[in-house]
Design a protein around this ligand. Structure first.
Ligand code: SF4
Length: 644
């Protein structure tokens, strides 16, 4: 493994100076109290080691006020002017200054204090580009005569509005990202203010950030060392992460995950301005081949069969996944242990670098690798999910994975659920194949994973839904309403029409004002039909298509008045006459004696079914809906004309 430590890693001038001051004071005056106002630098390790030498860190002015005296060292990132005055003004009972004050504020930060003080006195509005919660920025703000503004994002810069005629002075937190500073200044400059920009970003910071970016770009992994509170270390991490996905932020060697590091060929190391050299050295040394192996061995965990482990995918083939699980051997998940779906290409499902959990099947598969299963882990989770669904009677939705002899198989989170054919629908399903790959809803009606019986039920949902629809339908419909439905079943005596919740019967006699011989010739399943509700008896709905406004007998009295000449078709015949359909629903009798002038034995001797005839109406009885025809009478009335 190639390990490169950034030249700029670790203490900067300002931090080194501040830490040296504190060490020197503890050596020079071990007996008188040595205090730092705020942590001297942003590194817990260093602060703790100073505390072990007797240094006390003060968190507030109140604490300082309660002390009887000693050496007060002002932290490297500075404090507000008012706080400094307070410390300087403290006196003992003899009226002498209570503290020997040593200002360890970095000279670069001190320079910003001066600029802010001067420019605010000249009437400039001060804007600090940086993190307003950082002690350095709080300190800077405390040297302005007027309240300062802060901004650290583009949105905040966009939102700045300066009163007419006001001048603006921009300074930066010393550790701010230089590129970002330029971007924010550009946004503000576009507003055409009278602006004075002073780039107060520390050179050491710029160089450190530029080197971190360069090194991260050339390395497989990057380690950034520094205190969690250290703003400049945070920025180094941010910058490195952009260039190198495998960037790790650690405070000390103890935070380093050696299992993760073992797969990298080149590692870069950088550190924040407050990170002591010995910590950097320790991390660097641990990376040397020998030490690394030993530390890796020590850091490796032990694992057991059945344990759930987390790992990073370090290799994927069509049929196998290799996981780094932080154990001395890598974990293997074969295709059949990943999923129940046959022949799936694992490369389409997972990617190198992703994290996943799996369950240990065998710590040693015989070839020194750990055999893992993802499928069983997920199935266990799936079983839990199904158990919950069973207990809560939850409606589940899943795709039909397979059509089996006796039912359907669906998979919920890698757990199989069987839906027997009898529970697929509320009616017998001859063809289950149509469900293949369909998403269906069901509930778990039996849950017994030990006996491998997890049974789904779709039927009860359909029945419940139909019941609900039926209730809604019956609440909605009334006799006389016109409804639309779909033909479900056609029989010889009528048609059953699905009205959405219940079926209505359209009897053969109600299909038309005319005569319907065979419903199958008129309707077929799936036809959409409009009818009106003739009657409702309990759950039975009688339908009719004999709409009153289409009743052919409505104007029959005029249309078929006695003496009118009419044309119709022979619909049926008996021995005593033929019935002639004048219009659908209006049949008239042509008596055998009225067919011709000469004697006719029976109508079928001279007429045929379907034959069109013209005759005269000789009788009309609207009440009984009877009409009599006569061809003979028609011939008689035509005769004189023929003779002429
Ligand atoms: S980073 Fe720069 S400004 Fe900050 S303490 Fe170090 S030298 Fe001073």
């Amino acid at each position: 493994m190639k390990v490169t430590v950034a030249k700029t890693a670790g203490y900067c001038f300002g931090v080194e100076r501040a830490v040296d001051i504190v060490f020197r004071e503890t050596e020079l005056h071990p007996e008188s109290g040595v205090y730092t106002f705020g942590p001297i630098i942003h590194n817990e390790e260093v602060v703790e080691s100073l505390c072990r030498r007797g240094v006390r860190v003060l968190g507030s002015l109140k604490e300082a006020g309660e002390l009887s005296g000693g050496t007060m060292i002002i932290r490297s990132c500075g404090i507000p002017e008012s706080a400094q005055h307070f410390l300087e003004s403290q006196q003992d009972e003899h009226g002498r200054p209570k503290f020997k004050i040593i200002d360890a504020t970095c000279p670069f930060v001190k320079k910003i204090h001066r600029i802010v003080r001067e420019k605010s006195a000249e009437g400039y509005q001060i804007l600090v580009i940086g993190d307003r919660t950082h002690p350095e920025v709080e300190g800077i703000a405390g040297w302005s005569e007027t309240p300062v503004w802060t901004a650290e994002s583009e949105e905040e810069a966009e939102g700045i509005v300066l009163p007419e005629g006001k001048k603006l002075c921009i300074v930066a937190q010393t550790t701010f990202n230089y590129k970002k500073f330029e971007d924010l200044v550009e946004i503000i400059e576009k507003k055409r203010y009278d602006i004075l920009v002073v780039n107060t970003i520390c050179n050491a910071t710029q160089e450190r950030q530029a080197e971190a970016a360069r090194l991260a770009g050339q390395s497989d992994a990057m380690i950034v060392i520094g205190g969690k509170q250290s703003s400049n270390t945070g920025k180094l991490f941010e910058i490195s992460k952009k260039e190198c996905e495998n960037t790790y932020y650690i405070q000390t060697l103890g935070d380093l995950d050696f299992g993760k590091m073992k797969s990298f060929r080149s590692v870069g190391i950088t550190a924040g301005a407050s990170t002591p050299y010995n910590i950097i050295k320790e991390v660097q040394t641990s990376m040397s081949e020998e030490n690394f192996e030993q530390l890796l061995e020590e850091s490796l965990k032990t694992i057991h069969n059945g344990e759930v482990v987390e790992g990073v995918i370090i290799g994927v083939k069509e049929d196998e996944i290799v996981l780094n699980i932080g154990y001395k051997a890598d974990g293997i998940i074969t295709r059949s242990e990943y999923t129940n779906t046959p022949n799936v290409d694992l490369r389409t499902l997972v990617k190198e670098g992703e994290t996943m959990t799996a369950k240990v099947l065998k710590v040693n598969d015989g070839e020194g690798q750990v055999l893992l299963t993802y499928k069983k882990l997920i199935a266990e989770k799936g079983n839990k999910r199904l158990e919950e669904a069973f207990n809560n009677k939850e409606v589940l939705r899943a795709k039909v994975a397979a059509v089996l002899g006796g039912g359907l198989s669906v998979v919920v989170e890698e757990s199989r659920v069987f839906i027997p054919a009898s529970l697929v629908s509320d009616t017998y399903e001859r063809d289950l194949e149509k469900y293949k790959d369909q998403e269906i809803e069901f509930v778990i009606s039996e849950f017994n994973p030990k006996r491998r019986r997890i049974i789904g039920d779709r039927k009860q949902l359909i029945i419940a839904k139909k019941k609900e629809m039926a209730e809604a339908l019956f609440a909605r419909i009334n006799i006389g309403d016109v409804v639309e439905g779909t033909v479900k079943n056609v029989t010889e005596f009528g048609v059953f029409i699905d009205l959405g919740g219940a079926d209505g019967l359209l009897h053969i006699s109600e299909m038309s004002w005319g005569r319907v011989e065979n419903p199958k010739k008129v309707f077929k399943p799936g036809d959409v039909v409009k009818a009106f509700i003739k009657d409702i008896q309990g759950e039975k709905i009688a339908l009719s298509m004999k709409f009153p406004d289409q009743n052919p007998w409505k104007d029959a009295e005029t249309k078929f008045a006695k003496g009118n000449e009419v044309t119709g078709r022979v619909a049926r015949m008996t021995d005593f006459g033929a019935f002639v359909e004048l219009e659908p629903g209006v049949d008239a009798l042509l008596h055998v004696s009225q067919i011709a002038r000469e004697h006719v034995e029976k109508p079928s001797d001279v007429l045929k079914i379907g034959q069109q005839i013209t005759a005269k109406i000789v009788d009309f009885n609207g009440e009984d809906r009877k009409i009599s025809l006569s061809i003979k009478a028609l011939l008689a009335s035509e005769e004189p004309a023929a003779e002429e």
